[in-house]
Design a protein around this ligand. Structure first.
Ligand SMILES: [Zn+2]
Length: 86
């Protein structure tokens, strides 16, 4: 038995950096494979961030869907502020 030896070269970026990366990730601006790997690695190990990402992804989809129907920018700002206050 020699478990726990994989992924050892991936540093845990921590919650704050993960949240920072999240916005770029959702906007499709997180293009560096190493950064994406670290981001996803953190999500796999952090329940707090994982549930937050689920919420963000759902909201992001909502914003994108309603954007096609001219969703007011104010709504997007309110949602972003809502998330920041969590
Ligand atoms: Zn986290």
């Amino acid at each position: 038995m020699n478990g726990g030896s994989d992924n050892q070269n991936i540093d845990d970026i921590g919650c704050i950096e993960a949240i920072n990366d999240l916005y770029a990730y959702l906007d499709g601006e997180l293009t560096d494979p190493e950064t994406v790997a670290k981001f996803e690695h953190h999500l796999e190990h952090c329940a707090a961030c994982y549930s937050r990402i689920e919420l963000e992804t759902a909201l992001g989809r909502l914003i994108r869907d309603s954007a096609e129907e001219n969703a007011p920018v104010r709504l997007q700002r309110r949602l972003r502020k809502l998330i920041d206050d969590l």
